[in-house]
Design a binder for this molecule. Structure first.
Ligand code: 5AD
Length: 321
């Protein structure tokens, strides 16, 4: 296998790597990570503010047309007290995630400055498409990063899977950068109708966008969606994508997502072995968690103990106090 991973043909080969070839890929990814960033596992605390969503993605249970899902939005007091809990646990980053809605957009404008003024912590957002001015206000209020995955680089795959404009999504991603926030983006592995060449395009698109955070999750069939009967994404493919991200973006933060654990026991430790270096602990109140169904109703919920165990399995250092 050639050494220059940056060509289309080499990326395509590595996406399909198995056996010793795959081991070599993961080894190289870990080496890059450890040389450039050390063996530190970064940790984020996520609060899922609301599962209301104006989008209608065919793969996501939070889609507008899913009448089976009870919608919730946390109140401001709850959000602020959960943010306190994250900081008091010793976690340096408050990650606020929600479906895409105007109501939640306003809620964010109100809670971001309060959290930032109280804790001076890093605040990361993932709340969908907004206009440039909104991203700028979030940044001014104290948010330092925003995650908006491009989902799929192939415009027709994206549009057929979401019913939304690909150009508009890319323009939002670029606006996040122009608003001065760190950019997180990424894709889904094993989306119905996705080809290996589509994933090569995902990797090239990420190379253009130069994200500080980059992530991939395996596709999880969600109940109440048009894709509920489609097969789930392949863990090996997902891990190969993560390892390629790592080699291409040595300085990026790459999460090992909970969906990996959902499709495979110790899936998140496998993600760290493929070069990831972030884990997200869930602080959403128990009664709301099941309704935040981007992965599945019975999704795997990460707590602190699991984060420690996963770090240990992968020989990484998790130091939060
Ligand atoms: N499987 C995998 N990832 C999903 N997401 C939403 N639904 C699914 C699913 N069924 C991801 C999308 C979105 C992020 C918040 O969650 O990539 O950008």
């Amino acid at each position: 296998m050639g050494n220059n991973i940056f060509t289309r043909i080499e990326i395509k080969r590595r996406l399909q790597a198995s056996g010793t070839e795959q081991e070599e890929l993961f080894e190289r990814a870990r080496q890059v990570r450890n040389t450039v960033q050390g063996d530190k596992l970064h940790i984020r605390g996520v609060i899922e503010l609301s599962n209301s969503c104006a989008e209608n993605c065919l793969y996501c249970a939070m889609r507008r047309d899913n009448r089976l899902l009870n919608r919730y939005t946390l109140d401001e007091e709850t959000i602020l007290s959960l943010a306190d809990q994250i900081i008091n646990t010793g976690i340096p980053t408050v990650f606020l995630q929600s479906g895409e809605s105007e109501k939640c957009g306003c809620l964010l404008e109100s809670v971001i400055p309060k959290i930032y003024q109280k804790h001076g912590c890093s605040i990361l957002l993932c709340a969908g498409k907004k206009d440039f001015e909104t991203y700028r206000r979030y940044k001014e209020a104290g948010a330092d990063g925003y995650i908006l995955k491009f989902e799929a680089a192939n415009p027709s795959l994206y549009e057929n899977s979401t019913g939304s404009s690909h150009a508009e999504r890319l323009s939002c991603i670029r606006n996040i950068r122009s608003a001065g926030m760190k950019l997180g983006t990424g894709n889904i592995a094993g989306l119905p109708n996705q080809t290996i060449d589509d994933i090569v395009d995902d990797i090239f698109l990420a190379m253009e966008l130069l994200p500080e955070f980059v992530s991939v999750a395996p596709f999880i069939p969600n109940n109440g969606t048009p894709y509920e009967k489609s097969p789930k994404g392949d863990i090996e493919l997902t891990l190969n994508i993560m390892a390629i991200w790592r080699i291409i973006f040595p300085e990026a933060l790459i999460p090992t997502v909970s969906a990996l654990e959902y499709i495979h026991p110790d899936g998140q430790a496998a993600g760290l072995n493929a070069g990831a270096n972030v884990i997200t602990v869930n602080f959403t109140p128990k009664e709301n968690r099941d309704k935040y169904a981007i992965y599945a109703k019975d999704r795997f919920v990460v707590n602190i103990e699991h984060a420690y165990k996963t770090a240990e399995q992968a020989g990484m250092t998790l130091n939060i106090m």
